[in-house]
Design a protein around this ligand. Sequence first.
Ligand SMILES: [Zn+2]
Length: 267
Amino acid sequence: MIAPALIGAALVIIVSWRIARARRRARELDQPFPEEWHALLARVPLWRRVPPPVRAPVEHAAQRLLARVSFIGCNGLTVTDEMRLVIAAQAALLVAHRDSRAYDALYSVLVYPGEFVVEDRDEDEFGLVTVGRRALSGQAIDVSRIVLSWEDIEAGFTGDDGYNVVLHEFAHYLDHLAEGALTDGGALAPSAARWHATLESAYEALCDAVDRGEDSLIDPYGAEDLAEFFATATEVFFERAREFRVAHPGLHAELCEFYGVDPAAWP
Ligand SMILES: [Zn+2]
C-alpha cells in the first residue's frame, strides 16, 4: 500500500508543476510577437497578405498555440522555431477571429520531413476487411494530435496556389472539435441549416464537375466526402480568396462568418 504521505507529496508536486506551467504560459502570452518572427514568416505568401489589424489577434492565437502544444519531429526531423511558427501562425488564422482558445484541446503536432505512411483498414458491406498503406501529407487524427509533412508545408510557399496542408488539417481539427457537426449535418449554432445547405450544394457541384472531368477551383480531392470538402474549400477560401468569392459566393459568405475574416478583402 502506498503511504498517504507519499500520495500527498506527489499531489503537491503535480499541483506546483501545473501552477508553474500556467504562469510560464501567461508570461509567454504577455510578450509581444518577437520582431524576428515576422522575418521568419515573410516566406509564407498567405501571411504576407494578412493586413495588420487582422494580424494582431492571429499573432496572439499563434503564441497561445506555441505555448501549449508540443511539436515533435519524426523520422529524424529536428523541428526548428521557423517550422513551429509557420505551422502555428497559419493554424491561428482559422481561429483568431472566432475562438482563440479553440486549439486548447490540441496536445501535439507531429512533423515528418516528408510524406508519411499510415495503415488503412477498410471494411466492405460484406464485412471483408482490407488493410492497405497510404502515403499522406497530413492527418488530423483526433483533437489531440495533428501530423504534418514539412516538405508539403514548404510546397505551399510557392504562391497562393490553393494548396495549404496546415489550413487543411487544422480545418479537420475544428470539425473534430465540433464532433463532426460542421460537416455531418449535426447540431450547430443558429445558422446551421443554411450552413449545411450551402456546404452540401457546393459539394454536389464539385462532385458533378469531377464526374464530368472539368477543372475546379477546389481540389477534386474535396469530392471524397463533406469533411474533405470543408478542408479543401478552406484552403482555397484563404489562398485564392477573390476567385473563390466569384465562384462560390454563398460558401464564401458562410466561411467569412465562420472564420470571422474575409481574405478576399485583403490586399
Ligand atoms: Zn483531409
